[in-house]
Design a protein around this ligand. Structure first.
Ligand code: ZN
Length: 86
């Protein structure tokens, strides 16, 4: 009986298509991110309440840092969840 061979992924199919993402705050020219402005923060947290990393959201380092502190502040006054609701 022939042994099953694993499907090898060829290098051509593994090739990543990199698209440059634009920081949404840089595009809107937002100077400061306000923590009680949930409308702009809500899309930056996942369904489980985690902060979406900049490599996925496309935020620049400066704005990602501001978003992180804003989300953490919003969590403290219960505007955003720490984890998913039970
Ligand atoms: Zn930015």
């Amino acid at each position: 009986m022939a042994r099953k061979t694993r499907n090898k992924v060829s290098k051509s199919t593994r090739k990543k298509t990199f698209t440059q993402k634009i920081c949404r705050f840089c595009a809107d020219k937002v100077s400061s991110i306000i923590f009680y402005d949930i409308k702009s923060l809500k899309p930056l947290i996942s369904e489980r309440g985690k902060i979406i990393p900049s490599r996925i959201s496309g935020n620049c380092a400066k704005h990602q840092r501001a978003v992180t502190t804003a989300i953490k502040r919003a969590r403290c006054i219960a505007l955003l969840p720490f984890s998913e609701a039970h």
